[in-house]
Ligand binder design. Structure first.
Ligand SMILES: [Ca+2]
Length: 294
């Protein structure tokens, strides 16, 4: 099911880019619901400008009429404090019900308004990123998070008033299979000590149903017809889901029981799998959350 969701997300992302590239001359913002609807055409540089005000701050989005690329600036009391790189699009949430928090919402718990801007670089699949600013008396860029192929969702999961972020780790994209079939396990990030880190505890508790599915998954994977031609992605999809919920021992037990290929390739496969896993940007925390795992 998770692979299915990720595939849907991928198609949505591609659809957004396609729709946008065909409608950018209208600069209407239809390509993304988080883009501002109203643009005014500037008399300079063929740019369409969209303004949004938060207290003493002004967020200005510029769209190049000729190709639809965008960049934004943040001004504090009329003075520019930040200017982004040019990207395919940038979006903020001005309506309240989106994957990113409403512009100006405090998401870090310090009572100071924050401002999240979603960026998309363009290209075949890549890449989403998130710039997060603190708009207090002192302007501050909190972070610039890279989300790769899969967008992030901001949400207060544990109800403490501080937003967590859910997304997917795309380390296994294209690994041993095509992009559409690549598993991308769920991750949760939390804001702690002034930065966003993988929320090991929340991830361990996020999917209690996973371990109950062990036997049913075992039957499914063992009977996967892809064993006739190679190793089915369903094998490492479930292993990754388990590992990203702190159950690595169970994941390798599953591997041992589900493997239907020849013995020589078995060891080779697990070496390659572990090597790929260690390339995750979250590897350090993944390892730590699995030390006490089952
Ligand atoms: Ca804040």
């Amino acid at each position: 099911m998770r692979m299915h969701i990720f595939t849907i997300l991928k198609f949505i992302a591609i659809a957004v880019v396609l729709v946008f590239s065909e409608t950018n001359q209208e600069s209407s913002g239809e390509s993304s619901s988080i883009r501002k609807k109203h643009h005014e055409t500037s008399h300079r540089q063929n740019l369409a400008i969209s303004d949004y005000t938060i207290n003493d701050y002004l967020y200005r989005l510029f769209t190049y009429e000729e190709n639809g690329d965008e960049y934004f600036e943040i001004l504090h009391k009329g003075k520019m404090v930040f200017r982004s790189e040019t990207g395919r699009f940038y979006g903020i949430n001005t309506k309240g019900d989106e994957n990113i928090p409403p512009a100006g919402k405090d998401i870090t718990g310090d009572g100071i308004p924050d401002h999240v801007v979603e960026g998309y670089s363009g290209g075949a699949h890549c890449c989403y990123s998130y710039l997060i600013f603190s708009l207090g008396k002192q302007f501050k860029k909190i972070t610039h998070l890279q989300a790769d192929d899969s967008p992030f969702t901001f949400k207060d999961i544990d109800g403490d008033g501080i937003y967590e972020i859910t997304g997917r780790d795309c380390t296994f994209a294209y690994w041993e299979t095509c992009f559409a079939a690549s598993p991308a396990p769920e991750i949760i990030l939390q804001y702690k000590d002034n930065k966003y880190k993988l929320a090991g505890e929340l991830m361990i508790n996020s999917h209690p149903e996973l371990t109950d599915e062990f036997n049913a998954k075992l039957e499914t994977v063992k009977n996967d017809p892809e064993w006739l031609t190679g190793v089915p992605p369903s094998l490492w999809e479930y292993m990754l889901d388990l590992i990203y919920a702190g159950n690595s021992k169970l994941a390798y037990k599953f591997f041992g029981r589900a493997w239907q290929g020849n013995k020589g390739e078995r060891n080779n496969f697990i070496i390659k799998f572990k090597k790929q896993l260690s390339m995750s940007p979250y590897w350090h925390e993944i390892k730590r959350m699995n030390r006490k795992g089952k």
